[in-house]
Every structure is written in structure tokens, then in C-alpha cells.
Design a protein around this ligand. Structure first.
Ligand code: ADP
Length: 574
């Protein structure tokens, strides 16, 4: 079985995992309640026959049947609701859990290649449709098919011609289902894709709310929204049209079936081969054919469309071809080596060109250079975000391509410039929901210059959505504490102190540089002598290449690229 198919099977497995009992009980009570429902025809037959023959015993028998039907139908319906709810609850939560876990297991590079709108749409639009059309759909289809079979058996026993004619009339909606079924599946897929783009756009536009307002771009943004909104609604209109066609064909053939039963019933009564009671029972039975044919066609096609959505979900969560990441990194004893490393982005642009660096354990490295020269890309490479680079990156003797990312992140932490905070408490954002020794937390909080904030607001202070209850500097400090608390042997920083005031930035960077055991690789644009002197090596990049490297004093005495970079920055400050 290929990986995609396996993923599809795994998704479907989630519906029945420790849930088979609930599913089977649902089907059993669905059958029982359908039998009680159909038995109403028997009650009507007995009732009319007792009237026709003026037979009191038969009337009493009909009343007993009626009471039995009421009790049986009510209790089986209650059990049905109970087990169906349990089944649906477990099936959906298990599928969501499985899908989210799969997304969490994706590599950063793989995740970055997909739009998040695709996942958000999967968790909203697609899962709603799977709940309604697949889970509920399957049970309803089973119910209606069972109802049809029992009703036809009853009808065949009463009158073969009536039963046969009704059967032929049912073929019409089945053919329609074939014609419109595929159309609906494609429309459902298209709706899901358009919905993902719509969600992506809404997310983007709402995130940029302040920019939109301050640049007075409301009208232009509304135009962008209108276009996407129109495309989505047009796709949904197509889906609705296909569904309506199927509903209509179901209704027309249902009407046809009832006409056939009535006409043939009257004909056989005239001929004297059927009693009025039997005709009425047949008409009552026809309800159990009409309902299924009206419902079955849209149910089956919607279910097939939902299957397409499960397949789409399988594609979204399928992991790209696994590289052999068998090596487990346990600490760092020698260092990190980059040998002849080059990287092109998808658009063919060379971001890094023939990089050779030997980062030694416990040493401090500064990466400097103008904007766009490849500093962040270099850190991303070290973090295993890319696989398609040329050359070799080694952590001790392990090739990065072979190292499991899980173990890599036990060794390397990163403090990014763009901080992401969860809408949770200060402490949760620092510990990332993990349990840490209180002393460790305090130490990280102190080192990151967060003590004042934590003392003032308290551990449980809510950071708000995206950290909106905090200042840029405070958010930055949380991300620094979050990283320091992990005490990994390697620390990468990407202009992480940019949002801090000069004094705090100096203090934080200084603290990090005085941690002896730590191998630090710090991208910085703050060219401050007092700090730069503390680095063992400064690596100077320009247009993706290393143009110079060495200690601050060496580079300054070289009086080349770094020297001018440094002097320009001093002019900028003064
Ligand atoms: P720096 O951190 O030095 O400012 P980056 O490493 O972010 O520079 O970027 C190096 C070059 O690669 C820049 O020219 C940038 O435009 C380009 N780049 C960065 N990320 C991508 C990407 N995902 N796709 C294509 N080009 C990119």
C-alpha cells in the first residue's frame, strides 16, 4: 500500500478505534427503530381489517400492537441517540487528534511549504462536512437501505407486481446519482480548496489590520476580499446546484413510486384481488420507500464527496519522503562544521555560497553583514530547516541530514527576532507548558531581564492573543527566557535583542556571552565594540559569501569590509 493510501486508511481507522462497540450498538438500534417504524403499516392493516370485519378481538390486537410500537420505538430511539452520540464524539475527536498530531510531527521545512489556511480549512469546513456527510451519512445510509430492503420484502409478500413496479421506479434516482455524483465530489473538493485560500486571505488581512488602517488601504483590501469572496461563493453555488439536482430527481421518482402504488392498488381492488386494508398498508409501506429514495441519493453522493475530503486530509498530513534520520544527537562534544555549503531558494536565487565554518564547542560566534546577505538562512540551515543544500553540515561526527530533528532540538535552541506568544499565561509562555524546576525558571527569568515584569504581573498574567498584552521588548525577553530555560549546549540568536532598549540588549547579550559552556552563534546588527570584543570569531557575510572572519581586533586592523561596516554603523548611531 502506498503512503497516501495508508494515511487515508489510518484516518478512517480513527473512527472505529475503541469505538466499534458504540458503532455496532448504533447500527443495532437503528435497525430496531426502523423495524418498529415499519410495523406501523402492520398496525394500520390490523386496524382497517378489524373495521372491515367488525372484529373486536382484532381491534384489541391492533391496540396491543400500537402500544408495543410506541414503547419499542421510543426506547430504541433513545438508545440510538445515546450510542450514536458516543460514537460520533469519539470518532471525531480521535480523527482531529490524529490529524493535529501528524501536523505537529511535520518538519519545519515541510510545514513552511504548505499554507496554514489548508489546515485551518481542514479543521473547520472539511471536518464539519466529514461529520455530517461521512459519519452521520454512513449511519443514515445503513438505516435507509435496511428500511428499503424490509419494505420491499413486505411489499413482495403482499403483491409482486406492485413491488416490482416500485423497484423499477427506484432505478431512476440511482442512475442520477451516478451522473451527478462525480460532479458533486469535484465541487466539494473545489469548495474545500477555495475555502483554504479564503481562510489564508482573511488571516493575512486581519493580521495586517493596523497596517491597512494606517496606510488607508481599506478600499483596496475590500476589493481583494470581494474577489476571493466571490470566487468561493461561486464554487459553493456550483456545489449547491449539483446537490439540488440530486434532491429533485429523488423527489420526482418518489412521486412516481406513490402514483404507481396507488394506480396498481386501485386496479387490483377493482379486480377484487386486493382488499382496501391491503392497499392502505401498501400506501403506508410506500412511505418507507419514498423517504429512502429521496434521501439516499444525496446521502450517497455527499458521502462520496466526504470521502474525497478524507483523502484530501490524508494528502495534507502525509509526510514527505522520509530521509534516513537514524542518528540521535546526544550533546555536543567537538562542535559544528559547515563544509562547502551552498543553498538556493526555490526561485533559483543563491542565498549562501560555499560557506566553510568550524564552530568549536563553547566558543562564541557573531554573524554580521548587511540585510539580505544570508545571515538568517545560515541559522535556518543549522536548525535543519532545509535538506536540499549542497555540501555538508556536521554536528560532531554526525551529518545533519542523518540526525533526527527531535534530538537536534535537544541540543540547539533558537531565539528568533519574530516572537510568537501563545494566548496563555506568562509562565506557560516561558516554560512552553512543560514542568521545570522553580530555580531554573527563576534563573532564566533573571537572565532575560524579566524579573520585574514577573514580580509585578505574576506568573499567571495572561499574555493575550499573539502577546498583545505585552510590549515588544517584554515579548522578546519571554522568548529569551523560553530558550535559556532549556539549557541546551548550543544557542542560536537571530537579531533577538532588536526590540530591546540598548541597556537591556547589552545586558542580555553580555550574559549569554559569559556562559562558558554554551556554544553561541549570534546574528547581530548591533556593532558594539564592548560586545564584539567578547566574541571568539566574527563571521562577516556579504551576498551569501563569507568575506572576512576573525576577532574584532583582527578585523579592525584589517581595515577592510568589516571595518567600514563598523564605522558606518557608528556614524548611523551618532
Ligand atoms: P538576512 O538574514 O541576512 O537579512 P536572509 O537569510 O533572510 O538574509 O535572506 C537571504 C536572501 O535570501 C535574501 O535575498 C532574501 O530575499 C532571500 N530569501 C530569504 N528567504 C527566502 C525564501 N523563503 N524564498 C526565497 N528567497 C528567500
Amino acid at each position: 500500500m502506498n503512503k497516501l493510501k495508508q494515511e487515508y486508511v489510518n484516518c478512517k481507522k480513527q473512527f472505529y478505534l475503541k469505538n466499534k462497540f458504540n458503532f455496532i450498538m448504533t447500527l443495532i438500534f437503528q435497525v430496531v427503530s426502523a423495524i418498529f417504524n415499519i410495523s406501523i403499516a402492520l398496525f394500520i392493516l390490523l386496524l382497517i381489517e378489524s373495521m372491515e370485519t367488525k372484529n373486536v378481538d382484532k381491534f384489541k390486537e391492533a391496540l396491543v400492537v400500537m402500544v408495543a410500537i410506541i414503547i419499542g420505538f421510543t426506547s430504541s430511539s433513545l438508545f440510538l441517540k445515546f450510542f450514536k452520540n458516543l460514537y460520533m464524539h469519539k470518532a471525531l475527536s480521535q480523527l482531529k487528534h490524529y490529524v493535529f498530531n501528524k501536523i505537529l510531527n511535520k518538519s519545519i521545512g515541510e510545514f513552511n511549504n504548505a499554507s496554514t489556511g489548508k489546515y485551518i480549512s481542514a479543521f473547520s469546513n472539511d471536518l464539519n462536512s466529514i461529520e455530517l456527510n461521512y459519519l452521520n451519512g454512513n449511519i443514515m445510509i445503513f438505516n435507509y437501505v435496511f428500511m428499503l430492503v424490509v419494505t420491499f420484502i413486505a411489499l413482495f409478500r403482499i403483491n409482486v407486481i406492485i413491488a416490482f413496479s416500485a423497484f423499477v421506479a427506484c432505478i431512476i434516482p440511482i442512475s442520477v446519482a451516478f451522473i451527478f455524483g462525480n460532479k458533486l465530489i469535484n465541487k466539494e473538493k473545489a469548495t474545500s480548496e477555495e475555502n483554504a485560500s479564503f481562510v489564508d486571505q482573511i488571516k493575512d488581512l486581519l493580521n495586517g489590520f493596523i497596517v491597512i488602517k494606517s496606510f488607508k488601504a481599506e478600499k483596496e483590501v475590500l476589493d481583494l476580499f470581494t474577489e476571493q469572496n466571490f470566487t468561493l461563493e461561486e464554487t459553493k453555488r456550483g456545489k449547491r446546484e449539483a446537490t439540488d439536482m440530486m434532491l429533485m430527481s429523488g423527489q420526482i421518482s418518489a412521486f412516481l413510486v406513490i402514483c404507481i402504488i396507488f394506480i396498481l392498488g386501485i386496479y387490483f381492488t377493482f379486480k377484487g384481488t386486493m382488499t382496501i386494508a391491503t392497499v392502505v398498508a401498501c400506501v403506508q409501506l410506500s412511505n418507507y420507500i419514498l423517504d429512502p429514495i429521496k434521501q439516499l441519493v444525496p446521502l450517497v453522493t455527499s458521502k462520496n464527496a466526504a470521502v474525497a475530503l478524507i483523502k484530501k486530509l490524508a494528502v495534507a498530513i502525509e509526510e514527505s519522503e522520509e530521509t534516513n534520520t537514524s542518528a540521535v544527537l546526544e550533546g555536543l562534544s567537538k562542535g559544528i562544521e559547515m563544509k562547502d555549503v551552498s543553498l538556493k531558494y526555490d526561485d533559483g536565487k543563491i542565498a549562501l555560497n560555499n560557506i566553510n565554518i568550524d564552530f568549536k564547542k563553547g566558543k562564541k560566534y557573531a554573524i554580521v553583514g548587511p540585510s539580505g546577505c544570508g545571515k538568517s538562512t545560515l541559522l535556518k540551515l543549522l536548525l535543519g530547516h532545509f535538506n536540499d543544500y549542497e555540501g555538508e553540515i556536521k554536528y560532531d561526527d554526525n551529518n545533519l541530514r542523518d540526525i533526527s530533528l527531535d534530538s537536534l532540538y535537544d541540543v540547539v535552541s533558537v531565539i528568533q527576532q519574530n516572537v510568537f506568544l501563545f494566548d496563555k499565561s506568562l509562565i506557560d509562555n516561558i516554560t512552553m507548558f512543560k514542568d521545570f524546576d522553580y530555580k531554573k525558571v527563576r534563573k532564566a527569568v533573571d537572565l532575560a531581564g524579566l524579573s520585574k515584569l514577573v514580580n509585578e504581573k505574576g506568573n499567571d498574567y495572561s499574555c493575550g492573543e499573539g502577546g498583545r498584552n505585552l510590549s515588544g521588548g517584554e515579548k522578546q525577553r519571554i522568548s529569551i527566557a523560553r530558550c535559556l530555560i532549556r539549557e541546551t549546549p548550543v544557542l542560536l540568536m537571530d537579531e533577538a535583542t532588536a526590540a530591546l532598549d540598548n541597556a537591556t540588549a547589552f545586558q542580555v547579550e553580555n550574559e549569554i556571552l559569559s556562559m562558558d559552556h554554551l556554544t553561541s552563534i549570534i546574528v547581530t546588527h548591533r556593532l558594539e565594540k564592548n560586545l564584539l570584543e567578547k566574541y571568539d570569531e566574527i563571521i562577516v557575510l556579504n551576498t551569501g559569501k563569507i568575506v572576512e572572519n576573525g576577532t574584532f581586533n583582527k578585523l579592525m586592523s584589517n581595515k577592510q569590509y568589516f571595518y567600514s561596516l563598523y564605522n558606518v554603523s557608528k556614524v548611523g548611531i551618532s
